[in-house]
Design a protein around this ligand. Sequence first.
Ligand code: RIB
Length: 304
Amino acid sequence: MKIAVIGSTNIDVVSYIDKVPAGGETRAAQNFHTAHGGKGANQAVAAAKLGADVLMVSAVGNDLFGKGALENYRNNKIDTSRVSVVEGTATGVATIIVEASGQNRILLYKGANDLLTPELLAQAKEDLKTCGLIVLQLEIPLETVYAAIDFANENKIPVLLNPAPAVKNLSIDMACKCDFFVPNETELSILTDMPVGSREEIKMAARYLLSKGLKNVIVTMGSQGALWISSEREEFVPARKVQAVDSTGAGDSFIGCFVEHYTKTGDVLESMKRASLYATLSVTKKGTQDSYASVEEFERFCKN
Ligand code: RIB
């Protein structure tokens, strides 16, 4: 079953530092690299690395970064026929700072991602009809996300929405039209205006979304694990303990792995367990897509 990812493509410019500089301060970074990123691209690559057949719907600029991003998709055997090259704008760029604890901070210039309009999306409709799941995030215009959800509903294609980065004015009615809603705890707090300091508070906030009509809420909670709440079930999947070096893109790897396994099996809990392990493995390595394991490496990690 083909998976469509409708979302962002970025180039990540990453500095690794011991301490974030204060305003007006200059500090030396200990390490630096540029890499392929973007929440949409990361999720697509994670799913493809695990063997999923992925259609990417995205927009890049007609620049070196855009060309590199297209090549990266092809290297990962992702269908790029619906990745548009937009003239007169730059490919999205994320400036990322990773601290010694593995914690990251991201400054995003959306560039071409902002030009992935509903009109551009409409050109991909026939291809999207061949897909068994549509995956969305919020690094593209909100109106395109809403158009994709309506299209998916009209064509009875299940949708997973990762509300990242969080947008306070996200329409709850649109979120209710999605089969899976997958925020991290920070996004959950911003969306619900509720505290998420403990697992109990996270549950309360997720239950609040269910009370509004959402179907399946899966909260990714970093080193703690993940929580799934639906009207019939509440399941918590703890994360394996590891030494984290870089958490950037861990949530994306969770979603990529989740959709790969879910489209194959239809088993939500098992897909969450695998996704949690895949994300855990990713934080033990530097980088986003570079830290996503191959099938072989992942199977070895699962067995240990
Ligand atoms: O989720 C991580 C991603 O967020 C990075 O790859 C960066 O591009 C930002 O979009």
